[in-house]
Design a protein. Structure first.
Length: 528
């Protein structure tokens, strides 16, 4: 008998169809990967299992969990099942955790809600759950707060909360999207181990086929609220029949057509950059702790070249990026753009600063939702001594939007009216509008669906060829870096440990850390 049996599931929200005739099952000890892009219905399927649906939702069909029909079950009974029978791991651990409560209290809360046990017993079991997710007591006491942990460590706390009562089913909704490759591999291995140890079933929801290709027993592919394909893994990759499934597979390994421009004059020169931070004293008479964020980094980026910068969280990528942009002064070293220093004394050189722009990971978070696109894309005009006005301003906006595949009429809309890929196109338009020499892309495609990611990579390649742009591409997604860059640098603990042509570094890495990153990156099966 299946642990979870979904049969003919339909879901409407305020009369709008969301799911149609969804059917699949999860057996004990088995992992089912549910794949699809944003809007495919994969997360709403999970929320229907948990019965965490918004107002106005009407579901029909059958969702049976451990023999319980979840549809129409009273809220009191649902509360008993959530946590006991089914646990859930969400995409963003910081929003899933309470920042003002310790990790011990938050894991113990799950136990105290469902069982009448003393607080001491709950805390003891919380400690056991944290040990199981590899957060040992000597390094991660129960008194720690979420802000004292890294992203991967926070996600382990969320997993500990979900498994504290040893549920029969675990739902993981995009649990590794924002994590670097080695942390992602560790979290996926942890989830797989917990499933095998406890014999529970797992519903793994993701937009990337490669993420679950080596851990799922079965894959379910969804589009527009329907299951379009399903099958055993990895055999399904050799036998895809639906056009959408084939398009997802192709997009996962998409390589844009690019014109290599290496060998030109240097544009960005970084020489011996050092940036240290001094942390507060831990005790009254203790010495302050100094953190070496960037340690003597040197490199050259040639005009028209695309250079990748990869490394795990905390390696110094963001600190180095802020220094290049003139947002953070360095203690030692020199940074020059086309021969001009980025810093003029202790202040950023305005003439240099206007020749650099940045595209961030979260396009929605980097825009003010109260302003129209026409104002958003002209934000870099504040760097110009004589910004265009009137008809010239309108023409510049139209040109920037058209160059990224948007329509001039889009300037009258607000950012919430666009999809994630369209928002990122607008973010690129904002970067292009003052015609910079260098664009820094900071995890610019990591949050996008695979097909949208492929479109944005094609756009970046086209813009580079059209305008002769130079890119510094920062990402933890090694497949993206390999497809879009001429050279790549690998950063670890504030130092560049390996640098060279992209194909050479990926095919024959010389540093152990580079090999570790490449081995940890998710890969599609050979049979694909």
């Amino acid at each position: 008998m299946s642990l979870l049996e979904i049969s003919g599931l339909d879901l409407d929200i305020h009369g709008t169809p969301i799911l149609r005739d969804v059917s699949f099952s999860v057996d004990p000890g088995r992992i089912v990967g549910v794949i699809g892009e944003s809007g495919s219905g994969k997360s709403m399927t999970a929320f229907t299992v948990m019965q965490l649906l918004p107002n106005g939702a009407e579901a029909a069909g059958s969702v049976r969990l451990s023999g319980h029909e979840m549809l129409g079950l009273p809220e009191a009974e649902l509360c008993r099942l959530r946590g006991n029978e089914v646990g859930m791991v969400f995409q963003e651990p910081m929003t899933a955790l309470n920042p003002i409560r310790t990790i011990g209290d938050q894991v113990a809360e799950t136990i105290l809600i469902h069982e009448d046990v003393p607080k001491a017993e709950a805390m003891k079991r919380a400690r056991e759950a944290l040990n199981r997710v590899e957060l040992p007591a000597d390094r991660f006491p129960l008194s720690r707060y979420p802000h004292e942990l890294s992203g991967g460590q926070r996600q382990r706390v969320v997993i500990a909360m979900a498994i504290a009562l040893r549920p029969k089913l675990l739902i993981a909704d995009e649990p590794t999207t924002a994590l670097d490759v080695t942390t992602q591999a560790q979290i996926l291995a942890l989830l797989t181990r917990l499933v095998r140890e406890d014999g529970m079933g797992m519903l793994m929801i993701t937009h990337d086929l490669a993420v679950v290709s080596d851990m799922a027993d079965e894959i379910v592919i969804m589009q527009h609220g329907r299951v379009v394909e399903r099958g055993a893994c990895p055999g399904i990759f050799s036998n895809l029949t639906h056009p959408y499934s084939k398009a997802l597979l192709a997009a996962s390994s998409h390589v844009p057509e690019r014109v290599e421009r290496a060998g030109q004059a240097p544009l960005l020169e970084v020489r011996g950059v050092i940036r240290d931070y001094t942390l507060p004293r831990k005790t009254l008479f203790g010495a302050p702790v100094k953190v070496h964020a960037v340690r003597g980094v040197s490199f050259t980026l040639e005009r028209g070249e695309s250079l990748g910068l990869v490394g795990e969280s905390g390696c110094g990528k963001s600190t180095l990026t802020r220094a290049i942009l003139g947002l953070e002064e360095v203690q030692e070293g020199d940074i020059r753009l086309d021969g001009e220093p980025v810093f003029d004394g202790h202040r950023a050189n305005r003439d240099v600063r206007r020749r650099m722009q940045v595209v961030f990971q979260d396009p929605y978070g980097s825009f003010n939702p109260r302003h129209k696109v026409s104002r958003l894309v002209t934000e870099p005009f504040h760097l110009l001594d004589d910004p265009p006005r009137g008809a010239a301003r309108a023409a510049a906006i139209d040109e920037a939007l058209i160059s990224v595949g948007m329509r001039p009429s889009d300037k009258e809309k607000y950012i919430h009216e666009f999809s994630g890929g369209q928002r990122q196109r607008i973010a690129i338009a904002r970067a292009l509008i003052i015609k910079p020499d260098l664009i820094i892309l900071d995890e610019a495609v990591s949050a996008l669906d695979v097909q949208v990611r492929a479109q944005i990579l094609d756009l970046l390649a086209d813009l580079s060829a059209k305008f002769g742009l130079t890119y510094l591409f920062i990402s933890h997604d090694l497949s993206v870096v390999r497809s879009i860059t001429d050279r790549v640098m690998v950063m670890k603990s504030g130092e560049i440990v390996e640098e060279g042509p992209t194909d050479r570094v990926f095919d024959a890495p010389s540093h152990p850390y580079t090999r570790q990153l490449i081995e940890a990156a998710p890969k599609l099966p050979e049979t694909a």
